[in-house]
Design a protein around this ligand. Structure first.
Ligand code: ASP
Length: 435
């Protein structure tokens, strides 16, 4: 019997989670079920999702480290990592700037904050957060952090003072990446038997981690349905009505960036059919959407682009870097959210909007690839233009849904970047390639 394809299994899981979650939400709002029971059922769904995400996260560090070292040693130092790094870095900067420009344009055209009363929105938001037992994020960690400090921190976060410590958290992939590159380069410089053994070992570990990823992927339909069930059963609609235009602005910006800007680059510069490429990488995108974690999705991102013909040495370098520093969706979301808040409190001048754009870019680079990281980093942007930091509370209740969208765009942009760089590297014939 032919197996039901995985992406269809995932879509079926999403559908079940969606319908079940909406029914539960309705039953709760109509008083047919106790609010605590609804929250409890949602928490069970979230737990199922978290188990899946934890399994993916478990793979990340050894997968990233072994793949980078093996790319280096396998190529005997001929990999041109510097060249790939410069190209992918240029792409990451360009697409983040384009995303920010899209966000600024739309938020100034739609003006979602106009006519919304800040004080009553804050009161409604506090009520909603309390009734859903949502605890505000710890913005104290980012409060008081200046722009200069973000840059300084990024450099310090790249160099691990202790490599075992760095490997303990998936929010520090950047330092795992840095150590692996230096380790691989040093192995090549050492040469001889040491190089041969490191090459064999890293290639073997990479092969095992890939098998492990493929195994975990079978749980994707279940994990994803759990997350979708959690979000749909617990997200209230009352605030979403007030924040409707804000949500529309973020969503529209994400759609323009994901469906117009990035496909145009993929077609014109990468020489590939966006539709064919999308088909190859859809499992990674569905996982990014439901887990809201680009770091957790990394094993699938790496697997998908290689299946689409991106050479291993490009994918293994560009994607872990992208999962940490390239967040187009987050950058776009930050400018829309901050300008939305400023529209309620008194508009920002053009000069201040430029400051918002610049700090949003840095904040997106500094944000970790985990759920809600963008919201926490937004505090830095708000401080840069003197907005009250507790204003993040007004958008917190609808953040998960927007996070799902921006994470998908973050991951899509990374995968498009890998395809673009691959075009300039030697590689076999690839899926969706336009002659
Ligand atoms: N959740 C996003 C990601 O993992 C980051 C964010 O909160 O914007 O890419």
């Amino acid at each position: 019997m032919r197996r039901f394809p995985l992406h269809l299994q995932i879509l079926a899981g999403m559908g079940l989670g969606l319908v079940g979650g909406l029914l539960l939400n309705l039953a709760g709002s109509q008083g047919l079920l106790d609010r605590h029971d609804v929250l409890f059922a949602g928490a069970v769904g979230e737990w199922v999702g978290k188990v899946f995400l934890a399994l993916l996260n478990m793979v990340v560090v050894p997968l990233v480290a072994s793949s980078i070292v093996s790319s280096f040693t396998g190529l005997g130092g001929q990999g041109g990592m510097g060249r790939i790094g410069a190209r992918i870095g240029g792409y990451y900067l360009l697409t983040s700037v384009l995303a920010i420009a899209t966000g600024i344009l739309l938020v100034n055209l739609i003006r979602p904050g106009e006519g919304v009363d800040y004080a009553s929105l804050m009161e409604a938001a506090r009520g909603e957060l309390a009734s859903r037992e949502i605890h505000p994020p710890d913005v104290d960690a980012t409060a008081g952090v200046g722009v200069g400090q973000i840059v300084a921190d990024i450099v310090l976060r790249t160099i691990p003072p202790n490599v075992i410590d760095a490997a303990r958290s998936n929010t520090t992939i950047l330092s795992v990446l840095f150590f692996s590159v230096v380790f691989g380069a040093s192995a090549v410089a050492t040469g001889g038997d040491a190089l041969k053994r490191v090459d064999e070992l890293s290639a073997a570990v990479y092969a095992v981690m890939t098998t492990m990823t493929n195994g975990i992927l079978h749980l994707a339909p279940l994990g994803i349905s759990g997350y979708v069930f959690f979000v749909t059963s617990t997200t209230g609609v009352s605030l979403a009505v007030v924040l409707f235009w804000y949500m529309v602005t973020v969503a529209l910006g994400l759609v323009v960036h994901a469906c117009v800007t990035l496909p145009a680059l993929l077609r014109l510069v990468g020489g590939r059919s966006p539709i064919a490429y999308l088909q190859e990488v859809r499992e990674a995108l569905l996982t990014a959407f439901s887990t809201a974690s680009s770091a957790g999705t990394l094993p699938l991102t790496l697997r998908s682009v290689q299946r689409a013909g991106v050479p291993e040495h490009v994918a293994t370098f560009a994607l872990p870097l992208g999962a940490t520093v390239n967040m187009d969706g987050t950058a776009l979301y930050e400018v829309v959210a901050v300008l939305f808040i400023s529209q309620m409190l008194g508009d920002l001048s053009l000069g201040q909007q430029v400051v918002v754009a610049f700090t949003a870019l840095l904040a997106s680079v500094g944000a970790a690839g985990i759920p809600h990281a963008g919201l926490v980093m937004m505090v830095v942007v708000m401080q840069a233009v003197g907005l009250p930091t507790d204003a993040v509370l007004v958008i917190l209740a609808v953040d998960r849904v927007l996070d799902m969208g921006r994470t998908t765009v973050n991951v899509w942009s990374d995968m498009v970047g890998a395809a673009l760089v691959a075009r300039f590297e030697e590689r076999p014939a690839a899926a969706g390639e336009v002659a």
